[in-house]
Design a protein around this ligand. Structure first.
Ligand code: ADP
Ligand code: ASP
Ligand code: MG
Length: 418
């Protein structure tokens, strides 16, 4: 008998019929002898609708109350799902984040799970019940409801799997696994049989929303086998697992994109020690994550231009902060562009092979796509381009690295190294 944590995303539980279908799958699984903990998202679109309600109510919705509101989306699905299971003659019990003992820090809207009190769930499992947990939510030390950030139900599932010592965590979604790029923007995207945690982490950080970043971090840290698969078909999915020698042979595994970015440039910053700290401290204190940073010479000698990217959601707030600091330190104008996108090429094999960057830049140049910023890590190269080129960039890079083929691009790149 295996202990399995299964997570179903918003599209998989979008209406009563789909909820019933998923309930049927889960009941069948328990009848084959497995114990199942189910983690559910809100119905597709519900979290957006709740956010919209908050914005209609207030120009700057209170973060604590926003989390109380957002957490209701998942409460609907866990209740409906449990009703469906009971109607099928099995036992189920729904649990909110609080009831399931999911303790987080107090950062509303982006809380991190710090501890899971597993006893309440274990007790229900021992009573042979299907435990149905609300994803995306927990509570802090003071008992306030918190949410984990958009897409956070994946993290609830993987954290629970780690805490309960589950044999596997299955993430059911609307595509059949992790693909070489978003299958919804390129039909030549190929499903991967396996991918390393490390690559998946880069993919999630660089915009592949199929898994929430924190869920991959938990998986990697606690070595939870993660299976990504479709709730609509029985096709085998993608296993996210520890890297091995075979995986390292693949130079490029995937292309990702993120349109949720904005770029800000502070011009003619005095080129003296401490200026970057003056600029970025208030931004980080406001809880805004700066991603790429580039410093170049300004138009005045002894001055520098500093460009950086932030999530588009934080764009206006960041521009205001940057303008304030620019005034204080005597820098020049602040330019900004909220219509940029980040496109990344990811692969474990980049650790030992070169030639990927030049191939990426040449491919984009051939299409006249201007690269505005570049950043790299051991297994990733990211570029910032105009948002309107996103899909084109993804497709030409996917073609150039031949990701539609099982054994793509490897030899050619080795040749370039020699
Ligand atoms: P869920 O509601 O089940 O959590 P999400 O919408 O969060 O589902 O994630 C699934 C979506 O992720 C897919 O529909 C797909 O458009 C997108 N996606 C982006 N990149 C990839 C990728 N490399 N492989 C698979 N899906 C991807
Ligand atoms: N319902 C939340 C969202 O839409 C969490 C999730 O689906 O994972 O972001
Ligand atoms: Mg998701």
């Amino acid at each position: 008998m295996a202990l399995v944590v299964q997570k179903y995303g918003g599209t998989s539980v979008a209406d009563t019929e789909r909820i019933r279908n998923v309930a049927r799958r889960v009941v069948e699984r328990t009848r084959s002898g497995d114990q199942v903990v189910v983690v559910l998202s809100a119905r597709a679109g519900d979290t957006d609708r709740l956010l919209q309600l908050a914005n209609e109510m207030s120009p700057d919705p209170d973060p604590r109350e926003t989390d109380v509101l957002l957490a209701t989306g998942e409460q609907i699905t866990i209740a409906l799902f449990s009703m469906a299971v009971k109607d099928m003659g099995s036992q189920a019990v729904s649990m909110t984040g609080y009831q399931a003992g999911i303790i987080t820090d107090g950062r509303y809207g982006q809380a991190r799970i710090s501890w899971i009190e597993t006893l309440p769930i274990m007790e229900k499992l021992h009573e042979s019940k299907i435990v149905v947990v609300a994803g995306f939510q927990g509570y802090d030390d003071a008992g306030n409801i918190t949410t984990l950030g958009r897409g956070g139900s994946d993290t609830t599932a993987v954290a629970l799997a780690a805490a309960l010592g589950a044999d596997v965590c299955e993430i059911y979604t609307d595509v059949e696994g992790v693909f070489t790029t978003d299958p919804n923007i390129y039909s030549k995207a190929r499903k991967l049989t396996r991918i390393s945690y490390e690559e998946m982490l880069e993919m999630a950080s660089m915009g592949a929303k199929v898994l929430h970043i924190r869920s991959v971090e938990f998986g990697m840290k606690y070595n939870v086998p993660l299976l990504v698969l479709s709730s609509f078909t029985d096709a085998p999915g993608t296993l996210v697992t520890k890297e091995d020698d075979e995986m390292e042979k693949v130079v490029v595994s995937a292309i990702t994109y993120s349109k949720k970015e904005a770029r800000i440039t502070v011009t003619n910053v005095p080129d003296t020690p401490g200026m970057a700290a003056r600029l970025f401290s208030p931004i980080s204190q406001a809880g805004i994550n700066v991603d790429m940073i580039i410093q170049g010479s300004g138009s005045i000698p002894g001055r520098a231009n500093i460009s950086f990217t932030v999530p588009r959601l934080d764009y206006e707030k960041t521009v205001k902060l940057a303008e304030k600091v620019a005034g204080e330190i005597g820098a020049g104008a602040v330019h900004s562009n909220p219509h940029i996108a980040k496109v990344s090429v990811i692969g474990l094999g980049m650790k030992s092979h070169s030639g990927v960057a030049s191939k990426m830049f040449e491919t984009l140049a051939r299409e006249n796509i201007n690269i505005k910023m570049i950043s790299t890590s051991e297994i990733k190269i990211s570029v910032v381009v105009d948002e309107k080129y996103t899909e084109l960039a993804v497709r030409v890079l996917h073609d150039a690295f031949e990701l539609d083929k099982e054994y793509h691009g490897r030899l050619e790149i080795k040749e370039e190294v020699r």
